[in-house]
Design a protein around this ligand. Structure first.
Ligand SMILES: Nc1ncnc2c1ncn2[C@@H]1O[C@H](COP(=O)(O)OP(=O)(O)OP(=O)(O)O)[C@@H](O)[C@H]1O
Ligand SMILES: [Mg+2]
Length: 338
């Protein structure tokens, strides 16, 4: 779950906020487009989530972690939970495709044998099998972005954030990359994508959040259209007090702000099985698509994610949990990040 509560961001020496009292709730497994004109605040919103920038006001909670209680040393933990993809790919030019993906696992101490098992599977996931030994300059733009997505997915993040992932791609590659993100989303990863690509947004019909001058001016929960005025389309505002979720659970109190153990950065992460399972599931879905005219697994998974619990209810739940915790003797308190 991602929750921004009244978040404003003033960059130093700026009188106008880049984000202006933004409240946004994204449930697990949702696919959300963030659209808006240049300078609207899309990247700033993304930077709030990755903690590249801190909000001036407001609260941010990602995956049960309340950023107010996060220390600098915890930031790498958060970043590892998020996969991030950028417009300019940010690949290492002197490393091969394989090495680019492997490196992200090496730096968190994943054993070599496991890396050898995992990388080919992630490359298969993004459709780059056979390109392992190519260097970035030997790939097309679309293929480079696939490497970047493979790298972001190698650590099995629950949330994949892409800031203008198709900004440097032609229309055909843009659609392919967005379809890949859609496929990854169908198998359970929350996806947040900023884009100017009207065609792709209108094609995919996902939730569309529109930002103008740092404010959210539209939130089309499903079947969203690209509309920077957010006036021509019917805007289905997602009220934070809206229906409770069926599938998506509210942030479990026990997961609120768990203090990441200092040793965790070097702890190996188990990747191979989940990636293998994901690849297998995607293959099965593709096969089903080809072999049957009936609606496929993938199609059924295209249903929009159910809205999650009220954001304010989640906050209230967290406040109560914390208050209850603080009432206990010190030795029995659950650890929050301080
Ligand atoms: N580091 C910074 N210092 C000062 N102002 C900044 C900084 N980064 C962004 N801004 C300003 O904040 C506002 C929002 O910028 P942001 O990069 O979030 O826009 P955007 O919607 O991502 O635009 P684009 O579509 O061009 O990428 C802009 O007015 C921009 O000039
Ligand atoms: Mg931007």
């Amino acid at each position: 779950m991602i929750f921004l509560d009244n978040v404003s961001k003033y960059y130093p020496h700026e009188k106008v906020p880049a984000l202006d009292e933004v409240t946004l709730h994204i449930a697990p497994k949702e696919f959300v487009f963030i659209v808006g004109a240049s300078g609207a605040g899309k990247s700033t919103l993304i930077k709030m989530l990755t903690r590249e920038e801190k909000p001036s006001y407001g609260k941010i909670i990602v995956g049960g972690i309340d950023y107010d209680y996060m220390k600098k040393r915890h930031i790498p933990h958060i970043r590892r939970r998020l996969g991030v993809v950028f417009q300019d790919f940010k690949l290492f030019p002197n490393r091969t495709v394989y090495e680019n993906v492997a490196f992200t696992l090496e730096i968190v101490g994943v054993p070599t044998a496991e890396i050898k098992r995992t990388v080919p599977k992630v490359l298969e996931l993004v459709g780059l099998s056979g390109k392992e030994n190519k260097f970035p300059h030997e790939l097309s733009g679309g293929q480079r972005q696939r490497v970047a997505i493979a790298r972001a997915m190698a650590r099995q993040p629950k949330i994949l954030i892409a800031d203008e992932p198709t900004g440097n791609l032609d229309p055909e590659n843009s659609i392919e990359i967005m379809r890949l993100l859609e496929e990854i989303n169908n198998f359970g990863t929350t996806i947040i994508v900023t884009t100017h690509d009207e065609k792709v947004v209108n094609l995919l019909k996902k939730r569309v959040v529109t930002i103008r001058d740092g404010k959210i001016i539209g939130d089309q929960v499903r079947g969203g259209h690209y509309d920077l005025d957010a006036s021509r389309t019917k805007i289905e505002k997602r009220s934070l007090g809206a229906q409770p979720p069926k599938a998506a659970p509210a942030a479990p109190v026990a997961q609120v702000a768990p203090a990441p153990a200092p040793a965790a950065p070097t702890a190996p992460i188990k990747h191979a099985a989940p990636v293998a399972a994901q690849v297998a599931a995607m293959k099965a879905a593709k096969t089903a698509k080809v072999s049957a005219a009936q609606p496929t697994v993938a199609k059924s998974a295209l249903k929009p994610a159910k809205p999650s619990a009220s954001g304010s209810a989640v906050l209230e739940q967290m406040r109560r949990a914390k208050a209850a915790d603080e009432a206990k003797p010190v030795a029995k308190r659950r650890k929050f990040i301080h």
